[in-house]
Write a protein that binds this ligand. Structure first.
Ligand SMILES: [Cu+2]
Length: 266
């Protein structure tokens, strides 16, 4: 008798189950209408349909765990255990994603540098098959020297870059993509040997804007972009030099004192 009483109060009734099924079905219909382009709402909503859909599926999730998993009828302890685990899972997920992607949505520099392009990976696998198990070390190198693109931005209207340090592997084909969002200032990005940024900039000033503020044939310069006028982006591609620390700098007269960073070659 005691068991029966407990049983009837710990589970939803058949009627409740059916009602919940209908509610879930109705929410699903609404979700479908939100994303089906023929209904015409999808375009009007734009990106705002994403939080709407997230909210709707959260409601469905809550209904399912509360009623079908009957957490609503159980000891609250079980609900707390469930929510604790769920929260932990979300936190770990966010932590792992933010290891590789910054909050502004750009890949982090180290993640981009060590990213293995899919084609490269396939090539490496077939290469491995040909050479056999001659040693794991040998197969590690090609991953590091794959082509990489590093993104360096000018920090708005300031005379500075938005990053202090970029990294690449020696021998890798490196493309540095420079964005210049400034409405007023022209900039360039010059890769130079460590400790030579001010001397290179001083000589660049003499070389003038027609040379992009870089002395032609300067042996301290490894690579440089063209002079990027306000609002114009540019890039430079070169082979990463011998391992060591180099510098990147803007050689527009006067910018070199604040507009520079380290270029680390591993
Ligand atoms: Cu500059």
């Amino acid at each position: 008798m005691a068991h029966q009483t407990e049983h009837t109060t710990n589970h939803p009734s058949t009627k409740q189950y059916v009602t919940i099924a209908i509610i879930l079905f109705a929410i699903t219909i609404v979700e479908f209408l939100l994303i089906w382009d023929r209904v015409g709402i999808a375009d009007d909503l734009g990106a705002s349909k994403i939080p709407l859909l997230v909210a709707l599926s959260a409601v469905k999730f809550a209904i399912v765990i509360l009623f079908y998993m009957h957490l609503k009828f159980d000891n609250p302890f079980f609900l707390r255990v469930f929510v604790a685990g769920l929260t932990l899972a979300f936190l770990v997920g966010i932590a792992v994603i933010s290891l590789f992607v910054g909050f502004e949505g750009k890949p982090r520099t180290f993640a981009q540098n060590t990213a293995v392009p899919y084609e490269e990976h396939a090539e490496k696998d077939s290469g491995e098959a040909v050479t056999g198990e001659t040693g794991a070390k040998e197969t590690d190198t090609p991953i590091m020297t794959g082509p990489v693109t590093l993104v360096v931005g000018v920090a708005g209207e300031t005379l500075g870059f938005d990053t202090q340090s970029i990294t690449a592997a020696s021998g890798a084909e490196v493309t540095i993509s420079v964005t210049n969002p400034s409405a007023n200032n022209s900039h360039n990005l010059v890769i130079v040997k460590a400790g030579t940024k001010d001397a290179v900039a001083a000589d660049g000033t003499a070389a003038g804007p027609t040379n992009d503020w870089v002395t032609p044939g300067d042996s301290r310069v490894i690579a440089h972009t063209k002079l990027l006028t306000p609002g114009v982006d540019g890039e430079v591609t070169f082979t990463a030099p011998a391992p060591g620390t180099y510098q990147f700098v803007c050689t527009f007269p006067g910018h070199n004192f604040t507009m520079f960073g380290d270029f680390v070659v591993n």
